[in-house]
Write a protein that binds this ligand. Structure first.
Ligand SMILES: NC(=O)c1ccc[n+]([C@@H]2O[C@H](COP(=O)([O-])OP(=O)(O)OC[C@H]3O[C@@H](n4cnc5c(N)ncnc54)[C@H](OP(=O)(O)O)[C@@H]3O)[C@@H](O)[C@H]2O)c1
Length: 309
């Protein structure tokens, strides 16, 4: 009943001791030293090499180290009948909410403009708006989006959210589906993207969508780089329709040296760190799920393969 872990040397060094601590009796192996493949019951990783999961004849569950499973589903040979479990874990949620709140507040209170003014030795007071008068919109009201939206609402921001199916979240104006997208965008001054990457959401933030935001709006993308048509964002920033962007994720990672985002005056980047899956708590979560599963209970946070998230 072995578990097979996928990751580079750094990840293995970080995760292996935690997995062994969380599951002391489990046979834990690291790809490519998988041993007898018929003994593997569980896999854990972000993007196992193509074809490997399909080569495990007795695989019972595929665990993703990430909240998103686009890395796993990139492999078209992943067996259709084996459940994929995405990472839902309190630390991952809290980390994301911290990042979103930090960047929404930074744009809301003109942090980057004041930083530029300090660098230029310029003393000038900008107009100030209270959070209650700042309209923030969160695309994706799942585990991460809902938590961020609730926290922003607790800070008194005027918060809306958009999801595929209708939601009710106290303090958050909820919009859903195609018909909800227009009104959601029209009222959003700071847009936060927390959608999963699926066939429906790939490239969703293009010129068409971003142009529907009011002039002077700001984007915070913490979902996936492939949600954004990067050239369209640059054009809208240069044209002045958008005032700025915080980007944690990119079409190509690491962000290539010559990419305009590195030096664009209206763009703030971070290297895909908005929320990192922490090995100790995530290992305990995988152990908890396997224990449930082996006791005959259903797995939680199983991905709907047809929806892609
Ligand atoms: N940058 C980072 O460090 C980092 C870290 C962790 C996660 N992430 C990203 O964050 C994403 C979200 O994670 P999560 O745990 O919150 O996911 P989740 O719980 O699966 O929630 C996804 C949300 O998006 C909505 N959605 C999906 N497809 C949609 C569509 N076509 N139109 C409108 N709404 C749609 C869903 O609507 P319904 O509620 O109606 O189903 C749901 O509200 C992950 O997939 C990952 O890509 C990034």
């Amino acid at each position: 009943m072995a578990l097979l872990f996928f990751g580079n040397a750094d990840r293995v060094a970080e995760w292996l001791p935690e997995l062994r601590r969380a599951m002391p009796d489990r046979d834990i192996r690291v790809w490519p030293d998988a041993g007898d493949l018929s003994e593997i019951r569980y896999s854990l990783g972000f993007a196992p090499p193509e074809g490997v999961l399909a080569s495990l004849p007795n695989l019972r569950a595929i665990f993703s180290t990430g909240a998103g499973v686009d890395g796993t589903l990139r492999d078209p040979t992943v067996p259709a009948d084996v459940p994929i479990v995405r990472m839902v874990e309190q630390g991952l949620t809290e980390g994301m909410t911290e990042y979103v709140v930090m960047h929404v507040l930074a744009w809301h209170r003109d942090l980057w403009t004041y930083a530029g003014m300090q660098a230029a030795g310029e003393w000038r007071k900008l107009d100030q708006t209270l959070a209650r008068d700042r309209r923030v919109g969160v695309m994706g009201l799942g585990v991460l989006g809902e938590d961020a939206a609730r926290m922003l609402a607790a800070l008194r921001f005027d918060v809306a959210g958009w999801s595929r199916t209708a939601k009710e979240i106290p303090g958050v104006a909820c919009f859903a589906g195609e018909e909800g997208l227009g009104p959601f965008l029209a009222r959003t001054e700071i847009l936060v993207c927390l959608l999963p990457l699926t066939a429906q959401t790939r490239g969703i933030m293009d010129r068409g969508l971003l142009s529907r935001l009011p002039r002077g709006a700001v984007l915070v993308n913490v979902a996936r780089g492939q949600h954004l048509v990067e050239e369209d964002l640059v054009a809208l920033l240069d044209e002045g329709h958008l005032a700025g962007a915080t980007l944690d994720v990119f079409r190509e990672e690491p962000l290539p040296e010559a990419h305009p985002f590195w030096r664009h005056p209206k763009v703030r980047t971070t290297p895909h760190i908005a929320s990192i899956t922490l090995a100790p708590s995530a290992s305990r979560e995988v152990a908890r799920q396997i224990a449930r599963f082996e006791a005959g209970e259903p797995l939680e946070n199983v991905v709907d393969r047809a929806r892609g998230y």
